[in-house]
Design a protein. Structure first.
Length: 100
């Protein structure tokens, strides 16, 4: 069984025991969270889409961490202008417990 769920503004295809990185969520490591914005579920041949979906995805927060550094480099040639900027996205690692 799998489900397509919206978590922190992004859509993910999840199954039980999946671990994934999402944008930073509120809560501490070890807390349980529920996502009720389920867009689709599939159980073998039974597919439910849209308003027919009555499912909730339950997950556990494993850890809060930062992603890889992304460097932004700007330059205008022959003008002596250079700018280097960096960014690390704040992420939360979650483990899907169940789709109920």
């Amino acid at each position: 069984m799998f489900a397509v769920v919206t978590i922190a503004g992004q859509q993910f295809r999840v199954q039980a025991n999946d671990e994934l990185f999402v944008h930073r969520l509120d809560g501490k490591a070890g807390d349980n969270v529920e996502f009720s914005d389920v867009l689709m579920t599939s159980d073998g041949g039974n597919v439910a889409v849209g308003s027919a979906v009555k499912a909730v995805v339950k997950a556990e927060i494993i850890d809060h961490l930062k992603g890889d550094k992304v460097l932004i480099f700007k330059k205008k040639r022959r003008k002596g202008y250079q700018k280097l900027n960096g960014h690390r996205q704040s992420l939360t690692k979650i483990k899907i417990q169940a789709i109920a």
